[in-house]
Design a binder for this molecule. Structure first.
Ligand code: BES
Ligand code: ZN
Length: 650
């Protein structure tokens, strides 16, 4: 890490300039070749100290970059272990580099060999596995002979690998066969394979997975035509260069059903039909997304439905979005998650945040894009409702920040000062609102043209926040002077919280929900008189999320009796209801809450509930009891977060 302190030295600047120039002077190079040097094309403007290069990785992209890699792995459910080799093809950026540093976490390294480019003459290499850092893992330092350009590492993963979850048959829908899935974002690819685990660097890859008979392997990549149920060897290739956090695999009792010519669903047999129906608009979303921001560049777009312990709503793994089953509500009410993950095919997967500090370039752009897709597929009204729910999430997230956590409400927070990233709603919703301001100030067609250009210019490369600011200044701001000024930019990019003149999305429908709610809260409207028959899920969420707390228990009991909220089959409505009920001391919630917390591992849905419970000593005891029971079923990422939460509260 010491070398990184010197990153702003003239020497490194020069090295970068050379890289950038090399990058641009090869217009006919393939995406893979360009990716080999996919560092930001310009040196970031040093307006604010920036986490640059990536402080969350041991890799040094100024010495070597991975151009492609191959994984050849046995999937061993008994030992809960991936075992085999990773072979990396490298470009030596600095001819004097003699050491390659890879990221690992809890990997057992059996041997390391190197060979010259194009040669299979692998020779044993010296290597050192560094001390384990809880957040970053262990640096694997490999001595690279002068002519070495290939590295082959024989290794095995740990049963506790942070990026893998090995499920028993009882944790699956079918209850018959085990299941394995990965989650590499943000720093977990290194627990699956020794890699340069930073979004600065992109590589193509190939992979072979050997699985027990009867199971099917999928990856976020192109499956070989010969892959079939009944076989034990599955092969994949990813011809487009990806950052390591998009490496993904799953093994289970999986079947496929087509939705459209380019889209389909992978799921366990018993969920397949429901999933294919719920996500049936994927093809339409794709077509609309392409009309907005240019061609889809990844070939197919499929969705993999995971068991309920999947810790996220969705994960934008290229060609194969990983999806929580809690989105399958039976009425397409929660498919904004699908629009979101699809949108990442542009914002995030095609044009990638160079460091995790620039996360809003992935998530904020994607949230804006998601709402544009929702608007074209389901209409303006639906999009306004989604904006409304998101804005409320943001309001709540900002309100919950303590003064010393104000840094989290900055668009691109300095991660070097703080260990844990929080305030997710900020990158998502503040980021999306920032783009919405640009839409309002410059006009929709103008912003769209700019964004199309952004995706095009930076396709298959990584970008930083100062780079975005610089291009905005050179582009829209020059073209249309007077619409926004430097102060506006600084407010949105550098300041905490929401700028005072932020223009929010308005919805008449949600305003009517508010009006009813206020009359209901004041007692001038009886619970039986609430007009809700035409309410969408988003209106319900708005009603529950905005309700003043605490509410009188009797009013909530009336509400529950009339609308069966405790029993809601919609995971988001149940979540919002539980939060309101907990804040109001609602009695008798425990059985339903317990089964919810036992059944679902999606952090966004369960973490706030544990937080709420921990606020009162009585509920805290219940929370700890449930957590002790539920914990073994949660993903390692969720376990880690919730362990910390449980420790924070005495
Ligand atoms: N890329 C994220 C998931 C993620 C974020 C994983 C940070 C690891 C670290 C994904 O695209 C996402 O944002 N998922 C959301 C759904 C979305 C509709 C807000 C989620 O998981 O809830
Ligand atoms: Zn996202």
């Amino acid at each position: 890490m010491a070398s990184k302190a010197a990153v702003r030295s003239p020497v490194t600047m020069a090295a970068l300039a050379v890289l950038a120039a090399g990058c641009q002077s090869a217009p006919h190079s393939t995406p893979a070749e360009r990716a080999a040097v996919s560092l930001p094309a310009s040196v970031p403007v040093a307006t604010t100290p920036h986490n640059w290069p990536d402080i969350k990785s041991h890799a040094d992209p100024l010495s070597f970059v991975t151009r492609s890699f191959d994984l050849d792995l046995d999937v061993d459910f008994e030992k809960r272990q991936l075992r085999g080799t990773a072979t990396l093809e490298l470009v030596r950026v600095d001819p004097n580099s003699r050491e390659l540093v890879l990221d690992t976490r809890d990997l057992t390294i059996d041997s390391v060999k190197t060979a010259p480019a194009g040669s299979d003459d692998f020779r044993k290499a010296r290597f050192v596995l560094g001390d384990r850092d809880d957040e970053l893992g262990s640096a694997l330092r490999i001595a690279m002979p002068r002519d070495a350009a290939r590295v082959r590492i024989a290794y095995a993963t740990s049963p506790q690998a942070s990026g893998l979850q090995w499920l028993q048959p009882s944790q699956t829908a079918g209850k018959r066969l085990p299941f394995l899935f990965s989650q590499a974002q943000a720093l977990h690819a290194r627990s699956m394979a020794p890699l340069q685990d930073t979004p600065w660097i992109r590589a193509t890859y190939t992979a072979t997975l050997r699985v027990p008979a009867g199971l099917v392997a999928v990856m976020a990549a192109e499956g070989d035509a010969a892959n079939h149920r009944g076989q034990t060897t599955f092969r994949f290739r990813m011809p487009q260069p990806i950052p390591s956090y998009l490496l993904a695999l799953a093994v289970g009792d999986l079947e496929f059903q087509a939705i459209g010519p380019r889209t389909g669903v992978w799921a366990e047999p018993s969920v397949l039909a429901a999933a294919a129906w719920e996500f049936g608009d994927a093809e339409a979303m794709m077509t609309k997304a392409e009309a907005l921001y240019g061609p889809y560049r990844w070939g197919r777009y499929d969705v993999l439905v995971l068991p309920p312990s999947f810790p996220y709503g969705g994960m934008e793994n290229p060609r194969l979005t990983f999806m929580t089953p809690t989105v399958i509500a039976g009425d397409k009410s929660l498919v904004s998650v699908l629009a979101h993950e699809l949108a990442h095919s542009w914002s995030g997967n095609l044009v990638t945040n160079a460091t995790w500090r620039d996360g809003w370039l992935n998530e904020g752009f994607t949230t804006y894009f998601e709402r544009r897709i929702m608007e074209t597929v389901y209409g303006e009204e639906r999009a306004r409702l989604e904006w409304g729910v998101g804005q409320q999430d943001l309001r709540l997230a900002l309100a919950e920040l303590k003064p010393e956590e104000a840094w989290q409400s900055v668009l691109a927070p300095d991660l070097s000062l703080h260990k844990d990233e929080g305030g997710a709603a900020v990158a998502y919703e503040k980021g999306a609102l920032f783009l919405y301001q640009l839409e309002r100030r410059f006009g929709r067609p103008q912003l769209d043209a700019f964004l199309q250009g952004w995706f095009d210019r930076h396709a298959f490369t990584s970008v930083t926040t100062p780079q975005f600011a610089a291009e905005l200044q050179d582009g829209l701001m020059k073209q249309y002077p007077g619409r926004i000024d430097a102060a506006f930019l600084a407010n949105w990019i550098d300041d905490a919280g929401l700028p005072a003149d932020a223009e929010l999305m308005q919805s008449d429908t949600l305003a009517r929900v508010d009006a009813q709610r206020m009359r209901w809260e004041q007692g001038s409207l009886a619970t039986d008189a609430l007009q809700t028959t035409a309410w969408t899920v988003q209106e319900w969420l708005h009603f529950l999320n905005r309700a003043t707390r605490p509410q009188p228990v009797v009013r909530l009991q009336e509400l529950d009796r009339r609308f069966q909220l405790t029993e809601s089959r919609n995971a988001e409505i149940a979540h919002a209801w539980f939060r309101l009920a907990l804040a109001s001391g609602y009695p008798g919630l425990e059985p339903a809450l317990q089964s919810y917390l036992m059944a679902i591992g999606r952090m966004k849905l369960i973490e706030p509930l544990y937080e709420d419970l921990l606020k009162s000593p009585q509920d805290a005891a219940f929370a700890r009891r449930v957590y002790a029971q539920a914990r073994p079923g949660y993903h390692a990422i969720a376990q880690r977060r919730l362990d910390r939460l449980m420790q924070e509260v005495p």
